[in-house]
Design a protein around this ligand. Structure first.
Ligand code: SAM
Length: 283
């Protein structure tokens, strides 16, 4: 069995397979021996659980998840990693790799087919180029999952935890507040990766709430409004809110006046209650 945290063994494994890192796919693999066991401990409550992993890389976190869970389904986009994973995971018969873009995969179907009767969690060292879309997809698709334990760049972690209504907040912050309770678990320095990225990372755990905390008529339409408005965060809400929701300027103006919210505010200044009230009154 290989030691996937030993830099020389990793280098020899990668060179035997002629593998070169893809920056476009956010490939920074963990080489610090403590990080993956700690992450897997935080993600998997006990060995009755099913785990969805996104982006196994060479399998360093996958192995730790497989030791703690009943079954692990790992979704990897890069076909070049498949023969490497065949080798590194050969001792674990409770792991299955799905070669797919996680954003295009029907995770409801995967959970139904692979995890019958098991509680399910998600754990991943996320590819940085697509952190927020993956987290939003996991939360918005209302998967039957208990938690999402992810390593993300420090700045993205701050965004996830930021209060809605502050400059650090984004559409993903609204999604996290809407569906989950976020906690920051631990810091991971850039030197823990190969190749080493320009920034440090943090491991976060999002505990998905079983019942909704907010009363919304249509969540999909609400998040369309939120995403549209945050995509124009520098503009006033009179201009940014209509980007994602079908409304007239007159209607929006009267709703803002009813709620005593300034027309010149920016979306990042609105609280969770403001956003929900505006949406419910516009529709
Ligand atoms: N888990 C490994 C580790 O911690 O060392 C690798 C993490 S690396 C930051 C991100 C991984 O996600 C890479 O293996 C990359 O190929 C994969 N990946 C990138 N985009 C993906 C996508 N859209 N769907 C599934 N996997 C993806």
């Amino acid at each position: 069995m290989q030691n996937l945290s030993d830099i020389n063994q990793i280098k020899s494994l990668l060179s035997r397979h002629g593998f070169s890192f893809s920056k476009a796919l956010g490939q920074n693999f963990i080489i610090d021996a403590d990080v993956c066991p700690d992450m897997a401990d935080a993600a998997v409550p006990n060995n009755s659980y099913g785990v969805i992993e996104i982006g196994p890389g060479i399998g360093v976190l996958t192995v730790e998840l497989a030791k703690r869970a009943k079954k692990v389904i790992s979704v990897e986009l890069d076909t070049r990693l498949l023969p490497i994973l065949d080798e590194t995971l050969s001792d674990y018969d409770n792991v299955k790799i799905i070669n797919s873009d996680v954003m295009k995969l029907n995770l409801h179907k995967v959970i139904e087919e692979e995890f019958a009767g098991m509680p399910v969690v998600v754990c991943a060292n996320l590819p940085y180029y697509i952190t927020s879309p993956i987290i939003m997809m996991l939360l918005e698709s209302k998967l039957p999952i208990e938690s999402v334990t992810v390593m993300v760049q420090a700045e993205a972690a701050d965004r996830l935890c930021a209060p809605v209504g502050t400059r650090d907040a984004g559409a993903v912050t609204v999604a996290v507040n809407f569906y989950a309770d976020a906690e920051e678990l631990f810091f991971v320095p850039r030197e823990a990766f190969m190749p080493s990225p320009k920034v440090d990372s943090k491991v976060m755990r999002l505990k998905v709430r079983e019942t909704a905390s907010f009363d919304i008529k249509n969540e999909k339409a609400f998040f369309s409004m939120v995403k549209g408005a945050f995509s124009m965060r520098r503009k006033t809400i009179m201009n940014s809110i209509p980007a994602g929701i079908n409304t007239s300027k007159e209607k929006l103006e009267s709703v803002l006046s009813e709620l005593e919210i300034s027309k010149t505010a920016r979306i990042e200044q609105l609280t969770m209650d403001n956003l929900i009230e505006i949406y419910n009154r516009l529709t």
